[in-house]
Structure formats: structure tokens, C-alpha cells
Design a protein. Structure first.
Lengths: 342, 265
């Protein structure tokens, strides 16, 4: 009987997601009738060629990127919150995004410091995600090693924040010694952007994203047992250390690849799991995981639609939009609910 | 009733428990030789800080023994994998659960994790075991509530139900009555006693409810300074074992009443 009510919510949310996707594709600096958009997507080549290019090479990749980024970050946030059993955990708060930034900074800015070794301009599709994932994993491992020593979740969060500012400091130092062109390239990357991805890059993105998602489905069981704390999880036959490492690797890979392709995007990872918990009033990951994926994708599609400033030529940095909306949501949640769950 | 004294499920051999330290190990108790039978309610008694939790933690493999061995159904505890052990031994811990929105049913269903497949699907057997556990602990009316809405007493019942659903021969509970009032405490203890009778499980429980434990347990592990005694209530009383449990000036053990009474001066 419980299942039914969840089904209703899922159907509703999926419809919302589809509507938002359609809306996202129809909005832009060039007005294209919805009928023509639909025809283009269905493979009709009689539509005006420039419109086809806009839809197939700009809007569609961007919308897909928004879906991947939004859902991926939200899943990463959910994993962190459950693992640390702390409602304030998230890829951004724990410094993982900063770690990914550090990886990219080394790649872009480091090229001027270390000569032509990294060669930022001839980077392949894989070098950004690898650098970002490595950076994310580095910071995350450091947080984990520290976390194993203190055990107190509050301290872990503070340690994560400290690592975040440490990596920012390293990036500043790197920037100081870099050339203007590279600083600019890094700065633009750090604004966050869902566009600019070629289909090839989206393919790479999708492959890594899918691996992360499949692995997440495989750890649903340990995730649910972590809801009782590590000691209970262990008494239920869960290999706590192994699963914790798997969860950390998934989180860093997801955060790494997303940050590499779309820049450091704030608040989605922290806020979406809470919105999902509020809508579904559940902590069961079998329900939360799909919920968080749909909600995360929807929210980033909304943010992206707003950032394009409909009927205008300008596009605001996506990172600013997610923060503008994410921060008030978290504040509102805290005031309204007074209690945040894991 | 057929007495099967040989049928011990949990045995320790010259077990030394404590915390390993660089200079000298901090030994809590040494040379513990216990033989715990099937279908018994065992209470672990002793004053605060004496080492009840250390003993229980060592018995559930959370903590390594300093020396000696623990045998579980004749096999050394160390040789059990985590998953195998989870089908033999379940626990109710003192630690607070992280705040989540799990329902009572979901929480109890987690007890089936050792048996479920990789995606944690509940089979018909799983559902039956959960239903039985809910019935045995009489918490059917709480099934769809979130566990954080429950009172402490109700939550303890739910946690016991979760341990029951895990379907293990031994359940270890660390101070399940710590935050409960007198009525709830008796409630939990009689539930445990009932469960032992109904299911032939062995339940090991640490507690400060000495008077209650003496009345309801089959056997008692009594921890006093540097001394661990194990036996039935009667045997321990006959040995005057309880006289040393607390400093004598406030409380005195009254043999004929079989309980502690306050010294009237």
C-alpha cells in the first residue's frame, strides 16, 4: 500500500522532468517554434538548417549535460550524507569539488609552470575528467584519513572545509604564477557551464556517469544499513571498510567528471537529497536514489533555463544560479523543518 | 525438561579482555572461562565502568581479545566471516541511531540483510520472519511509524524485533533498559525472558537492573573488581558473590529476599 503512493509521486516527477526538458530546449536567444523543435528531434530534415544546428549541436547537448550534472551531483550528495550520517555533507562542503578544481587548475595553470608537459590546449577528452577525479579523490581520501581519526562528524565537516580552503589557496598560488590567458581559461571554467560540450565529450561524460550510477545501485544495500550506524552495519554482515571505500570512489568519480565538464557547481549536491527526503518522507535508498536523480536533473534544467535569460543574448554563469537558488532552499529547509534527516 | 548442559553455544577459553596499549596492555579481565548454553537468558551485571561493554564487545567480535579464544558453536569466532557471523549473532547496541526517516518496518527489515540478495529484495520467508518478529515483540501498531517518533521503550522493542528478524541463535543486548522507567524496564526484561522460552535463543544482556535480572535470568555473569563469576542466581547467592558488587556501606544484599536493600542506619 505504501508502494502505490510512491508510484504516484514518481510519475508526477517524471512528467515534470519531461516538461522541463522540453522547456529547456525551446528556450534560447533564437526563437524556434516548438513544432519545429519536435520535428528536428524526430529526425525531420526539412526544418531550417540553422535551427537544426542550434537544436542538435547546442541545445540538446546542453540539456543532456544539465540532466547528467544535476542528477550526478545529487547522487554524490546523497552518498556523502548517508556515509557521514550528516545532513550537511555534500560534495561541495567536504571540499571534494575544490579537490576537483585543484586537479583542473594543475592541468590548466600548471602548464605554464611546468612547461609544455601538461599542454592545456591540446588536452584530450579524457584528461580533464581524469585530472578532476584525481583531485577529488585526493581531497576525499585526506578527509577520510582524518575522519577515521576523529570519528566526530562535526569535526569531519570542519576538516573538509579546511581542505577546501587549502586547495583554494593552492589554486591561488598557482594562479599567481600563471599567465593571464590561462587564468582566464580557468576562471571561465570555474563559473561553470553546461554548454560547450561536443557530442564526443558528452559520450565520455555519459560512460563515466553510467559506471558511477551502476556502482551506486550496487551499494544501495550497504547504504541502507549505514542508516543504523557503522556498528549495526557490521553486525548485519556488511563489510564496512570496503563499502565505505566504494562509496567514496563513486563520489569522487562522479564529482570529478561533473566538475571537469561543467565546472564546480554548488549547492545542488547538498540541497536536492533534502528536497527528495521531504517529498518522499523516506530514508530508504531504493526510493531516494531514483527520486534524487529525477529531482536533481529537473532542478538543474530549471537553473539552466533561468541562466539563459530568456529572450536575451546573455548567459549567466550556472554556478551563480544554483547558489542563488540553493542557498535560500537550504536556509528555508532548516527554518521550516528545524530537523534535517539523513 | 531435558537438561543439555553439554550443548554450549558460546564458550570462552582463558579469555583476556581489555585494550592493547603501547607500554602495557590495559587488561580488564583475564582467564575468563565461560560456557553458555542454548536457550538461556544470561545477565551481565556489574557496576559502572567495570567492563560489561568490553566483555560484550569482545564476544561480538567488535573488539579483539588480548589473549585466549572464543568458540561459537564449536568454531573459533575469528574464523567466521562477517556475513556468516551475522546469521549467528545479532546485537542491540546502546548507541543512538542516526536520525533518519526509516519506518519501523524498514528498520526491522534491515535485520534480514544477511539473507537478502544484492539489491535487498525481501522474499516471502523474509517477510514472514519480519512479521513473526513484530508479533513476538507486540509492535504491530507501530509498523508504519517513523522510528524517530517512538518513545525510548517502544524503540527498544523495535530494536529487539530487528535483532529477532535477523534470526540468530544468540542475541547480545548492551543495556537495553538504560533510559527506561520502571514499568518499561520490567516490560523489556519479561519480553526477553519470554523470547528465550518461545524461541530457544540465547540472550545475553548487560544491565544495571540487578534485582530484576536476579529474578528473571537463567544465569548471571557477575563482574566485580578483578573477578568474574558465572553461574545461576542461586549458586552465586550461595557463594555470597553479590556482597562484593557494591561498597558495603549503602547497599546490602539480602539473601532471603534475593535482592539488594538500602542499609537503614
Amino acid at each position: 500500500m505504501k508502494q502505490k503512493s510512491y508510484k504516484k509521486q514518481f510519475i508526477l516527477l517524471s512528467v515534470v522532468l519531461i516538461v522541463l526538458f522540453a522547456m529547456n530546449i525551446s528556450l534560447g536567444s533564437v526563437t524556434i517554434p516548438f513544432k519545429d523543435i519536435l520535428n528536428t528531434l524526430l529526425g525531420d530534415t526539412s526544418v531550417k538548417e540553422s535551427w537544426q544546428t542550434i537544436i542538435l549541436n547546442f541545445r540538446l547537448p546542453k540539456a543532456i549535460t544539465a540532466i547528467l550534472v544535476g542528477s550526478g551531483l545529487s547522487v554524490a550528495g546523497l552518498l556523502m550524507q548517508t556515509l557521514f550520517r550528516n545532513p550537511l555533507a555534500g560534495p561541495f562542503v567536504l571540499g571534494i569539488s575544490s579537490g576537483a578544481s585543484l586537479g583542473v587548475a594543475l592541468l590548466i595553470l600548471g602548464s605554464s609552470l611546468f612547461g609544455g608537459f601538461f599542454l592545456a590546449h591540446s588536452v584530450s577528452n579524457w584528461s580533464f575528467p581524469i585530472a578532476a577525479s584525481a583531485g577529488a579523490f585526493l581531497v576525499l581520501s585526506a578527509v577520510i584519513i582524518a575522519a577515521n581519526r576523529v570519528r566526530n562528524t562535526m569535526s569531519i565537516l570542519i576538516i573538509g572545509l579546511m581542505f577546501g580552503s587549502l586547495t583554494s589557496a593552492v589554486i591561488s598560488v598557482l594562479a599567481y604564477f600563471s599567465e593571464a590567458a590561462q587564468i582566464q581559461q580557468f576562471l571561465f571554467w570555474s563559473f561553470g557551464s553546461l554548454g560547450n560540450l561536443s557530442w564526443n565529450e558528452i559520450l565520455v561524460f555519459m560512460i563515466i556517469y553510467s559506471i558511477g550510477m551502476l556502482a551506486t545501485v550496487a551499494v544501495i544495500k550497504p547504504l541502507n544499513s549505514f542508516l543504523l550506524g557503522e556498528n549495526y552495519a557490521k553486525s548485519l554482515g556488511i563489510n564496512v571498510k570496503k563499502n565505505r571505500n566504494i562509496i567514496l570512489i563513486i563520489t569522487s568519480v562522479l564529482t570529478g567528471v561533473i566538475t571537469a565538464f561543467a565546472g564546480p557547481i554548488a549547492f545542488v549536491g547538498l540541497a536536492v537529497p533534502h528536497i527528495a527526503r521531504m517529498i518522499f518522507v523516506s530514508s530508504n535508498h531504493k526510493i531516494l536514489l531514483p527520486a534524487v536523480i529525477i529531482l536533481g536533473a529537473s532542478i538543474l534544467l530549471i537553473c539552466d533555463s533561468i541562466s539563459q535569460l530568456p529572450t536575451s543574448e546573455f548567459t549567466l554563469p550556472i554556478n551563480a544560479i544554483t547558489s542563488l537558488f540553493g542557498a535560500p532552499i537550504v536556509i528555508w529547509l532548516l527554518i521550516r523543518k528545524k530537523k534535517l534527516f539523513v | 525438561m531435558i537438561e543439555k548442559s553439554e550443548n554450549s553455544i558460546l564458550k570462552t577459553e582463558n579469555l583476556t579482555i581489555g585494550y592493547p596499549q603501547k607500554k602495557q596492555d590495559n587488561i580488564i579481565f583475564s582467564n575468563i572461562n565461560l560456557s553458555i548454553g542454548k536457550g538461556k537468558l544470561i545477565s551481565v551485571l556489574g557496576k559502572n565502568g567495570i567492563g560489561k561493554s568490553t566483555l560484550l564487545r569482545t564476544l561480538c567480535k567488535v573488539q579483539k581479545p588480548i589473549a585466549g579464544a572464543i568458540y561459537f558453536e564449536g568454531k573459533e569466532l575469528n574464523t567466521y566471516s562477517e556475513n556468516d557471523l551475522s546469521k549467528k549473532l545479532s546485537v542491540v547496541l546502546t548507541e543512538r541511531l542516526p536520525e533518519s526517516q526509516l519506518t519501523v518496518f524498514e528498520l526491522i527489515a534491515l535485520g534480514r540483510q544477511p539473507y537478502t540478495n544484492w539489491i535487498d529484495t525481501l522474499s516471502i520467508t523474509d517477510l514472514e520472519k519480519i512479521e513473526t518478529a513484530i508479533k513476538q515483540t507486540e509492535i504491530g501498531h507501530l509498523k508504519n511509524q517513523r522510528f524517530h517518533e517512538l518513545s525510548d521503550g517502544q524503540l527498544q522493542r523495535v530494536l529487539i524485533a530487528r535483532a529477532l528478524a535477523q534470526d540468530t541463535d544468540v542475541i547480545i543486548l548492551d543495556e537495553p533498559t538504560a533510559h527506561l522507567d520502571m514499568h518499561q524496564t520490567i516490560n523489556i526484561f519479561s519480553l526477553l525472558q519470554q523470547l528465550v522460552k518461545q524461541t530457544n535463543k540465547t540472550i545475553i544482556v548487560s544491565s544495571h537492573e540487578i534485582n530484576l535480572a536476579l529474578q528473571l535470568s537463567d544465569e548471571i555473569i557477575l563482574l566485580t573488581e578483578n573477578n568474574l563469576q558465572f553461574g545461576t542466581t542461586e549458586a552465586l547467592i550461595a557463594k555470597n558473590a553479590f556482597d562484593k558488587l557494591f561498597p558495603n556501606n549503602l547497599l546490602k544484599f539480602n539473601k532471603s529476599l534475593q535482592q539488594f536493600v538500602i542499609n537503614k542506619t
